[in-house]
Design a protein. Structure first.
Length: 491
């Protein structure tokens, strides 16, 4: 669940020479620490505060001065790249992970994140003020708690999930130590096409649209309880139905002709403490119809549905069981999931799933058997894909040619590939793949080329199976129709 947070900006850069003007900020007070560091939880990084003033702390990390500032414009400063290197080394020791290798050296640049204050908590007799920060870095959402003692003599860092250590170190290396990776170009990245794969049209869905689904003949958008259909390339909307409540979630895959909506009825008494009654609906380009399970199932507390790659079934996790319903007639079966956490997504072979296993996201089969090699095919079945470290291996199943190896050298691209262990890859069109890197990338599986998926700031929401149509959420905050850019004509 995403945080409804107050957005702040974290600028990571070199500290400007010279003291700040007196009229902008009072003189910082030096801190005299006369006590040992307070005990924390395993994995915490507790730092001595050298100076502090209102929501600004200067701490020592391996002899480097690092400044955290959470004022109207939140920033993290280091004195220079050498201090940044010591900070990254200290963070690596804290997270028990290897120091990222240097891949470039660029001027340091801003890093945007979300932050909100949370309630203070007493630990070992000491009161701590807390801020929760969430970093959005392509394929990663990283949560870090920044805490200070009430007397502001100590600052503590704590990551929410230990498996995020590698991604967090890469983010720090790409900011306070190395700066952002150089801009992509055909010269710096062989096989890279600079033009985006998709071009965006004007907004056509209402501004209050919540979610969209792509079908072969058009796309469906819902706003609150209203469901509308638009044929591709037209601005005219046709109302499909008015739901008896609020659509909580939609399940759909590119090859499916039907989407399934979880609808929470609007006439529930929220003050009763009982979850509102819910029901399932089938949505298509022609209308809406209730999906009635053949056996009674509990849907009241459900918030997440997943659909099989074939579109024939939807599923959800309930008390350690995987409940699968056939979309056509509501026939269902229950299988033991065998994981210690909720179902995240359906796999790509109709038999594997992502769930939390041993405190990590992992591919599992019903019964809990881990899937060591994720079976993945392009939508047309032509290419088999697998990850070999930082290399994407592409094998053409129609020929005897040796597999092609697409080596990814940028840290952000490698992190996007590593996400396959916790997130199902997004297939775009019959022979395309999306990598959620620093910008979303389109991988042409036929030619092994990379290019931006869409203009910067746009995020993909759905595509048709043939890739001829798509809907993006634009940088302006509107849903827009998109189509592939036609290759430039030769001389």
């Amino acid at each position: 669940m995403r945080l409804h947070a107050l957005a702040l900006v974290l600028f990571v850069g070199c500290k400007q020479a010279g003291p700040a003007p007196a009229e902008k900020r009072p003189a910082a007070r030096k801190v005299v620490v006369d006590q040992s560091a307070p005990a924390g939880e395993p994995g915490d990084l507790t730092l001595r505060v050298l100076e502090h003033e209102d929501r600004r702390w200067v701490v020592d990390v391996r002899g480097a001065r690092v400044t955290f500032e959470f004022t109207a414009q939140a920033t993290l400063h280091v004195d220079d790249a050498d201090a940044g290197a010591r900070f990254v080394e200290g963070a690596a020791a804290w997270l028990n992970a290897p120091v990222p290798a240097r891949t470039h050296q660029q001027p340091l640049a801003p890093l945007v994140f979300e932050s909100r204050d949370i309630d203070p908590r007493d630990e070992a007799g000491r009161s701590w003020n807390r801020v929760r920060a969430r970093f959005h870095t392509g394929a990663d959402d990283l949560d870090v708690f920044v805490m200070t003692t009430a007397n502001e003599q100590w600052l503590r860092l704590r990551v929410k999930d230990a498996y995020q250590a590698r991604a967090l170190l890469d983010v720090l290396a790409d900011t306070v130590r190395d700066g952002p990776a150089p801009p992509r170009s055909a010269t710096s990245d062989p096989g890279f096409i600079e033009a985006p794969r998709y071009s965006l049209g004007p907004p056509s869905a209402p501004a209050e649209t919540n979610a969209v689904v792509c079908f072969e003949d058009g796309w469906v958008a819902h706003s609150a309880d209203q469901v509308e259909f638009r044929a591709w390339g037209t601005d005219e909307a046709r109302t499909l139905c008015t739901m008896p409540g609020t659509i909580v979630t939609l399940a759909h895959v590119p090859r499916a002709t039907t989407a399934v909506a979880l609808v929470r009825r609007a006439n529930a008494d929220d003050s009763s403490g009982v979850a509102a009654p819910a029901e399932l609906w089938r949505l298509s380009s022609t209308g809406c119809k209730v999906l009635t399970p053949k056996q009674p199932v509990e849907l009241a507390g459900l918030t997440h549905l997943v659909m099989a790659p074939s579109g024939a079934q939807v599923g959800y996790e309930s008390d350690g069981f995987l409940i699968m319903l056939r979309v056509a007639d509501g026939w269902l079966q229950a299988l033991t999931l065998g994981a210690d956490g909720p179902l995240r997504a359906w796999g790509w072979d109709d038999e594997s799933f992502i769930a939390r296993l041993h405190r990590r996201e992992a591919w599992v089969r019903p019964g809990g058997a881990p899937v060591s090699v994720l079976p993945l095919r392009s939508l047309d079945g032509r290419y088999a894909l697998r990850r070999d470290g930082r290399v994407l291996v592409i094998r053409d199943l129609k020929t005897d040619a040796p597999p092609r190896r697409l080596e990814l050298t940028r840290r952000a691209d490698q992190r996007a590939l590593e996400q396959w262990s916790a997130t199902p890859p997004v297939l775009v069109g019959p022979r395309g793949l999306m990598l959620a890197s620093d910008v979303p990338l389109f991988v042409d599986l036929e030619t092994s080329t990379l290019q931006p998926l869409a203009p910067r700031g746009a995020s993909l929401r759905c595509t048709t199976a043939d890739g001829a149509h798509a809907v993006f959420f634009s940088e302006a905050g509107r849903f827009v129709e998109a189509a592939p850019v036609k290759p430039a004509a030769g001389p």
